[in-house]
Design a protein around this ligand. Structure first.
Ligand SMILES: [Zn+2]
Length: 328
């Protein structure tokens, strides 16, 4: 690393229920190093944050970078969070982390400014700065996994909302009489267009004697059907599998249309594990969204696949840290 880059690095950390991802980002937006450690959440926050700081230091050492060359660290986890005080308020995936002053512990240990944000918001910020939303100042990011998460960037800033939760686009109602969602509501986007929703629709199809290839791939057992099975069956030409993915895509499109009408974004970025089947989902989603949303808003809006993959949260955290220190 040459001298001009020194002192211009930021670190990004994404704390998930299973693992903690770390990245180092230089001032040109290049990821110069990254690593991953187990969260081991049950052992509590203190040991995890201690191991995180060790991992961060060894990442610097591995690239011959001194600790003082790191300017700031951004850190993301699932909320709700007290953003201003840097405290985890509730932690569904991290038992025992409630009330942990993450920012204070890491600032003391690393002696650099530390900024906490919601993980989905940081993933959206990463896509906005360095991914599929690059060049757009207003970006909506949707992540299709078991559930549906998301983040909203307005005029280049994260929309944090109450308790850092930002937006929860997975729980906007798409069909008032639709399937029951994990949140208790009916017809949420998450209940219609997530990987779990795709799997549920496929299980129903198999039980009704449809989806022959889905059933074959699952060895005849409806319990073994997941979104991946549906995707594979669709690739093999199973018309029911294709229809299920298209239905999920159309529900997604309704959700996107609603969000376009509220936020008038330049770019809608769609990522997450279910986007492996994006070929079957994104086109119907686009068609539905562009048909439903206000024409004034759809002109010039791009609906595109995410680019940063599972590192989006950590990369976004590093971008966010850089963004925040410029404001200090
Ligand atoms: Zn819901």
């Amino acid at each position: 690393m040459n001298n001009t880059e020194k002192g211009k690095l930021t670190a990004g950390v994404d704390i998930g229920g299973t693992d903690i991802k770390l990245v180092l980002l230089d001032n040109r937006g290049e990821v110069v190093a990254q690593s991953k450690i187990d969260t081991d959440a049950r052992r509590g926050p203190d040991q995890a944050l201690e191991r995180l700081m060790e991992a961060e230091k060894s990442l610097l050492t591995s690239r011959g970078i001194k600790q003082q060359d790191l300017r700031a660290l951004g850190i993301g986890t699932a909320g709700p969070l007290d953003i201003a005080r840097g405290i985890v308020v509730q932690a569904p995936n991290l038992p025992g982390w409630e009330g942990t002053p993450i920012t204070e512990i890491l600032t003391r240990g690393l002696e650099i400014p530390v900024f906490l944000e919601n993980d989905a918001n940081l993933a959206a910020f990463g896509e906005h700065r360095l991914g599929a939303g690059q060049g757009s100042d207003s970006v909506i990011c949707l992540t299709l996994g078991t559930g549906i998460g998301g983040g909203i960037i307005i005029d280049g800033e994260i929309f944090s909302g109450v308790l850092g939760a930002g937006a929860e686009p997975g729980h906007i109602t798409i069909d008032k009489g639709g399937a029951i969602c994990a949140c208790g509501n009916r017809g949420c986007l998450e209940a219609m267009a997530s990987a779990a929703a795709v799997a549920r629709m496929a299980v129903d199809a198999v039980k009704e004697g449809r989806g022959k290839i889905i059933s074959e791939l699952a060895g005849g057992s409806a319990d073994k059907v997941d979104a991946e099975t549906v995707h594979k069956a669709a690739l093999k030409g199973d018309a029911d599998a294709v229809q299920i993915l298209e239905k999920a895509g159309r529900s997604l499109g309704v959700g996107i249309a609603n969000m376009i009408n509220i936020f008038a974004p330049r770019t809608v970025v769609v990522g997450g594990g279910l986007m492996k089947a994006g070929h079957f989902i994104l086109e119907p989603a686009k068609e539905e969204a562009l048909r439903r949303a206000l024409k004034a808003f759809t002109q010039g809006v791009s609906i595109v696949p995410a680019m940063l993959g599972s590192s989006a949260g950590a990369i976004g955290a590093a971008c966010y840290a850089g963004h925040k220190i410029k404001g200090l």
